[in-house]
Write a protein that binds this ligand. Structure first.
Ligand code: C2E
Ligand code: CA
Ligand code: CA
Length: 567
């Protein structure tokens, strides 16, 4: 804020304090929204606004009169407009139930008032009083077009201000950021559009904190926010974006519960990129889509080679369409080996993808894409159908394994009627589900424990069983071990790293194995690659292992041949 208090008398200070209250009112609304109390807060704020308009304007009029301020006529007109507006607003609020629309109109009103008064009018006024002459600034009173919901710059306004920046600034110091709320559709679906809009207002409130003369902040549509920052120091920008991300990561608090939020950002350093606004925006969206595809990368800076990545991504998505699955996907099996009687006990089914040129695409790449693009249900169904069909091939070859396990992803679990679906598919090929284990990762448990428990028990009713996958890979919460109805725990390969050389690693593994055994559950250790690892695991009395040391995942025919040899 301008430091003009000390230069002036006649009550301006109290106007300044009123401004602080105005800003506070706006902050309170954002804050209340974050606690799900936006609606109550708004009535209070409307009362305050009524008071403010009368008090501020009468005091200011007094100043105007005393110093004979030449811009007074224009300013009085603005006052009149405000008084009309706030009256209409309070009438509306009295008449009906307060809605999100009302919150957003108050937010917008406050925003405009703060902008016009503090930034333009009052600065001009202060300047005038100080120098006792008219300044150009005063004439500049212009209202920027704002987004009706959040009070940020509208799409159109942002575009024209960005254009100005591109013309006048040295591009080296301009950074463009496009942001989206991860899982916003899910918020709308689960909590409804009203809460969705409160989330948008809340997120805008956090973004507004970073508003200053070097930044532009706007909302394009839905949950897409844009920012342009004039700053040569890249560390500063990184710091600021980190800060924003962290605040949003704290989640939207609502009546005692928290809706988790995360902001994905695509960043364009304009010096590197193209000069045209359209290209900059496109680059932003490309970087954003990279950020959205990969878990764990919330901020991605645009690079030229991303064009290729996007192309590859869309090719993979094409290959994952329901009608192409048969052409590009197939299932391989990796033996699970019993150390006690030196026999293959079961197999894990793993999907493989091969493109038109015979290039392999790793499941680490195509599974997340299938999940993100609502294709995983069909992909999962395809995998199950293939396995059910091939289970019969195993049996016909005279191989009677204890189980074949299939990986399930969280999206499959969320789907209503998963168990029914599986039952039907098994019926079609008349396969007995007692041969099937489903592998669940711990991260699935974290998402919605009660729902998971229900689905798990439905699956057990069908005769299939559950295996807890990737144990120890980072999400480990030992409590799940006790609460999930599972009799096999698969220990992640990361726990084997350094087992031969690091005593601490050995102790961790030793005790995890003891713990699981004490709970009467079976163990599979995965990712066993070397003989020395196998020897240690024998020492530790781990019962079953899986890994390249025994065999890589193989196609059905080859794995049948291998099992025949080994058993
Ligand atoms: P996962 O379920 O943890 O699968 C184990 C991964 O470890 C497999 O990778 C397997 O090939 C690999 N692996 C096995 N033995 C060794 C070893 O000795 N050393 C090393 N370094 N790696 C070993 P893959 O096949 O690339 O699968 C990666 C992930 O993709 C799987 O992790 C699983 O989460 C997912 N996935 C694969 N198929 C499916 C599927 O049909 N459905 C779903 N939802 N996910 C799948
Ligand atoms: Ca697995
Ligand atoms: Ca695993």
């Amino acid at each position: 804020m301008v430091n003009w208090e000390k230069n002036l008398e006649i009550g301006v200070k109290s106007i300044d304090q009123q401004h602080q209250m105005l800003i506070k009112a706006l902050e309170d609304i954002y804050d209340a929204c974050s606690k799900g109390e936006g609606l109550t807060q708004i009535r209070e704020t409307a009362k305050f606004l009524e008071w403010y308009v009368v008090k501020h304007f009468s005091e200011e009029e007094e100043i105007q009169r005393k110093i004979n301020y030449p811009g007074y006529a224009a300013h009085a007109k603005l006052h009149k407009k405000y008084i009309e507006e706030v009256n209409r607003l309070t009438q509306d609020l009295k008449k009906q139930e307060v809605t999100t629309q009302d919150i957003s109109s108050v937010v917008q009103y406050l925003n405009r008032m703060i902008r016009e008064h503090i930034n333009r009018h009052d600065r001009a006024l202060a300047h005038y009083i100080r120098n006792n002459e008219m300044v150009v600034e005063e004439i500049e009173i212009e209202a920027r077009e704002l987004d009706p919901l959040t009070g940020l710059l509208s799409r159109k306004e942002f575009r024209s201000l960005l254009e100005n920046e591109l013309v006048k600034s040295c591009r080296k110091e301009l950074v463009y950021v496009v942001m989206k709320i991860d899982g916003f559709d899910e918020v709308n679906r689960t909590y409804g559009y009203t809460i969705g809009e409160e989330v948008l207002i809340y997120v805008s409130g956090i973004l507004v904190e970073y508003n200053n003369e070097r930044t532009l902040i706007g909302r394009n549509h839905q949950d897409e926010f844009v920012m342009c920052i004039r700053e040569a120091d890249k560390d500063k920008i990184e710091h600021m974006l980190e800060d924003i991300a962290e605040k949003i990561y704290a989640g939207f608090k609502r009546r005692g519960s928290i809706i988790p939020l995360a902001l994905k950002m695509g960043i364009v350093e304009i010096a590197e990129g193209s000069k045209c606004q359209k290209c900059i925006k496109q680059q932003g969206l490309i970087a954003l889509s990279v950020a959205e595809t990969f878990r764990g990368s919330n901020r991605v800076c645009f690079k030229e080679e991303m064009h290729e990545q996007i192309l590859r991504k869309s090719e993979i998505i094409n290959m994952l369409q329901p009608y192409s699955l048969e052409k590009y996907l197939y299932v391989v099996y990796q033996p699970i080996f019993d150390l006690k009687n030196n026999k293959v006990k079961g197999c894990e089914a793993l999907l493989r993808m091969k493109d038109d040129y015979g290039n392999m695409i790793s499941p680490g790449e195509f599974i997340p894409l299938a999940e993100k693009n609502n294709l995983i249900i069909d992909v999962g169904d395809y995998c199950m159908r293939e396995v059910f069909r091939q289970v019969k091939q195993f049996l016909q070859a005279g191989i009677n394994l204890e189980y074949i396990s299939i990986n399930l992803s969280i999206e499959q679990f969320k789907l209503e009627g998963l168990a029914k679906r599986i039952e039907k598919m098994a019926q079609v090929v008349s396969v007995d589900l007692k041969h099937i284990y489903f592998e669940l990762t711990e991260s699935i448990m974290i998402e919605n424990f009660d729902h998971i428990k229900t689905v798990v028990s439905q699956l057990k009713d069908l005769g299939c069983r559950i295996l807890l996958d990737d144990f120890g890979s980072g999400y480990s919460a030992l409590s799940y071990l006790a609460h999930v109805d599972t009799n096999i725990i698969k220990i992640d390969k990361s726990l084997l790293e350094g087992i031969g050389t690091n005593k601490q690693v050995y102790i961790v593994l030793e005790n995890i194995i003891k713990l699981i055994k004490a709970m009467n559950k079976n163990i599979v250790v995965e990712g066993v690659e070397k003989k020395e690892e196998l020897d240690i695991l024998r020492q530790l009395d781990a019962e079953t292992i899986q890994g390249y040391y025994i065999s890589k995942p193989l196609e059905c025919d080859s794995v049948i041949e291998l099992i025949k040899k080994l058993n």
